[in-house]
Structure formats: C-alpha cells, structure tokens
Design a binder for this molecule. Structure first.
Ligand SMILES: [Zn+2]
Length: 273
C-alpha cells in the first residue's frame, strides 16, 4: 500500500500543487510570503477500531489540505503522523509521542519556515481534542517569540459543530460515524467491513464532542482497554453521502479561513497580552 503523500491525497498537477516536499527550493522562494498561508497537517497513529486504519487522523488532515493544495495562497508543510495517543496504548499499533516532544518538534518546523520568510500558519488537526492542548502551547509560545507571526488552529470537530445532529448521527466519539463516513468518502480502499459499533462512555465525563452541552472533563487519561473494539459510536450508520457533505462543509470552512488569513495585513501583536 502506498502511504506516501502522493498515495493518500487527491493528485493535483505535479507542478501546480503546493506540497513542500514535492517542490524545489526555487519554487518555494518564488512564493509571496506575505500572502502565503502555510498549512501544517497534524494527526495521530492510533487504533481506530477494527474497521479504520491507524493513520486515520493524519489521513483526514491530509485529505482536507489535499483539497485546497491547488490554491495560490497555500504551502503545505510535511504532516506530523504521530500525536498524543496515550489513551489508546492498550490497543496494538498505537504510537504516542510525549507532548513536550511534539511541542519542540512543531516549534522547530514552524520556526524553520518563519526563517524563510513565512508568517502565516494554519495547523490542521485531524486528532480532535487530544492534540489541542499541546498545539495551543505551540501557538502561544511562537506568538510570544516570533514577531509578526500569525498561527491559527483548524479542528474538524469544532469546525463542524453546525452539523451536529445531521444525518441521524450521534455525538463525536472515536472511529465513529463521523470519522468513518469521512474515510468512506476519502479513502474507501482503507475501510474494512463490517463497520463496527461501540459504546459511548456511560457518563459524560470525557465527552469530546464540542457541540454537546453540559460540563465535561477535557483530559483523557491513559487507561486499560475498556471496550472490545476501541470504537465509541455507531460506525454502522456511516455512509458515503454523509462523508461527502461533512468534507464539503470542512473544506468550505478551510477555504474561508485561508482567504481571511491570506488577506490579513495586520501583524497580530495587538493580540498579545
Ligand atoms: Zn480519529
């Protein structure tokens, strides 16, 4: 199976796409750093039930950036394939990287591209809430030490809040109907059948869906295996049509965000405390 970027995204014309690893240095130097928004796909390598691949979260982020990689305003940085996945280590194949390592790594990636003149960065997080704490640390730290930097986070679970309740789908879980529909639409060859359902937590203490009202805890601790399959949600409700609409909604939000950031001329210093 080809898991190169070429293999997992929709192909653009080889000389018009904006994937950094497929470009040459003169092509990169020819970009306008003032208007270019650097997209940084961030995901995870962790269990996603018996029906989805371990790379689902990174693949989801790559799918989204792949759909906008023909934009004249973007440059796509190499993806981070691993994230913070300590809560999935009781299932085979999951890889977790310490948050302090992830922070240092991403700080260096973004600092390198800053050194080359780029100032606008949009992190596309395919790993939902588990990556957000360390990503927020990265943003805060870089905004304090790099003048003129603008860094924002794009998270599908937050960007799709308005779709909550659509398609007869339940709340955000894990390897659930949302992720599975996305994968059925974007990478059908990587989805195994049958699609497997699993219990949502019996309480709301660790509800990760930002659209669910009520107070919840937001830190997901490491824990022993609590279900047979690792699935939280009703993957059997998944279907390609929902995946298409969900992706379309996300890509519209992504294009809107890129356009706003590309046009922004004000350095965000005023937003510093
Ligand atoms: Zn996932």
């Amino acid at each position: 199976m080809d898991l190169s970027i070429q293999g997992v995204r929709k192909m653009n014309e080889p000389h018009t796409n904006r994937f950094l690893v497929e470009m040459t240095w003169p092509q990169v130097e020819a970009l306008d750093p003032q208007s270019t928004v650097v997209l940084v796909p961030v995901g995870a390598t962790e269990q996603h039930g018996p029906h989805l691949p371990l790379g689902t979260d990174t693949l989801v982020a790559l799918d989204l950036v792949g759909q906008v990689a023909d934009s004249p305003h973007v440059l796509v940085a190499p993806p981070l394939w691993c994230g913070m996945s300590s809560h999935h280590m009781s299932f085979g194949g999951s890889i977790t990287v310490r948050p302090e390592v992830l922070v240092e790594y991403l700080v260096d990636v973004i600092s390198s591209l800053y050194q080359h003149g780029f100032r606008k960065f949009l992190v596309i997080n395919g790993h939902r809430i588990a990556n957000l704490p360390w990503l927020q640390l990265v943003g805060e730290r870089l905004h304090r030490c790099l003048d003129g930097l603008r860094l924002e986070l794009f998270d599908p679970a937050y960007m799709a809040k308005t779709l909550s309740g659509h398609f007869d789908f339940g709340p955000v879980g894990h390897a659930d109907e949302w992720e599975t529909s996305h994968m059925l639409s974007a990478y059908p060859h990587l989805v195994r059948h049958p699609l497997v359902d699993g219990p949502l937590d019996g309480h709301e203490d660790y509800q990760v869906d930002p659209a669910v009202t009520g107070d919840t805890l937001s830190f997901m601790p490491s824990r022993p295996r609590r279900s047979e399959t690792g699935v939280k949600g009703s993957a059997s409700k998944s279907h390609v049509g929902a995946g298409e609409q969900y992706r379309k909604h996300l890509v519209q939000g992504l294009r809107r965000t890129i356009a706003r950031m590309a046009q922004a001329t004000d350095a965000p210093q005023g937003e510093k405390p």
